[in-house]
Design a protein around this ligand. Structure first.
Ligand SMILES: CC(C)(COP(=O)(O)OP(=O)(O)OC[C@H]1O[C@@H](n2cnc3c(N)ncnc32)[C@H](O)[C@@H]1OP(=O)(O)O)[C@@H](O)C(=O)NCCC(=O)NCCS
Length: 156
């Protein structure tokens, strides 16, 4: 599936041929990047939906989320520094929210590092609310995670 978003930006499902591009995006985006094998294992995860965004055919960003019972869980999202604030993250997150609505999911959840103010603001723009703290969730530096959630439909 290829989704044209604008004349210059499109996104598509990730295949094994895209994994090196995903690793490039990841390494430019995080101080503690995931390993290549972690991304490869997502290709065999039946719950996983994994998209890459390209701008003028350059790898620009990706999103991974899991379709699990009753909810969607955002696993990872990143946009390369030179392509930020161009709406690419919003397009990727928008695809996830549309999917959640189409699948009649009630809830989207995610964890974000407590120091990642930019990402927290990004999620808030889409209506995500802080729901709690997971202490020392990130084992690389013992950082706490903020749990954020977005209710698509009212709580039952
Ligand atoms: C978070 C991230 C994916 C956002 O991607 P992006 O393509 O730059 O986001 P968009 O251009 O769609 O931004 C949409 C809106 O979100 C908000 N926003 C995005 N980045 C922000 C930042 N650094 N600080 C404050 N607000 C921000 C703004 O309201 C922005 O709208 P504006 O540009 O009109 O002001 C990107 O900054 C990134 O890859 N960060 C590093 C990786 C990361 O932290 N991932 C999240 C892990 S939980």
């Amino acid at each position: 599936m290829i989704v044209e978003t604008t004349n210059t930006i499109f996104f598509k499902r990730v295949t094994k041929n895209d994994i090196d591009d995903i690793v490039l995006i990841e390494n430019e985006s995080f101080k503690h990047p995931w390993k290549k094998e972690t991304f490869e294992s997502e290709l065999n995860n039946p719950y996983s939906r994994f998209f890459i965004a390209k701008k003028e055919n350059s790898p620009a960003g990706f999103i991974i989320y899991w379709d699990i019972p009753y909810e969607i869980h955002l696993i990872n999202i990143a946009v390369r520094p030179q392509f930020r604030r161009m709406n690419i993250g919003s397009m990727l997150l928008g695809e996830m929210i549309k999917y959640a609505k189409d699948k009649k999911k009630h809830l989207i959840t995610l964890e974000v590092r407590i120091s990642n103010i930019g990402a927290i603001n990004f999620y808030k723009k889409f209506g995500f609310k802080e729901a709690g703290i997971r202490e020392k969730y990130y084992v690389d530096n013992d950082e706490d995670a903020i749990v954020m959630e977005l209710y698509i439909y009212d709580k039952i």
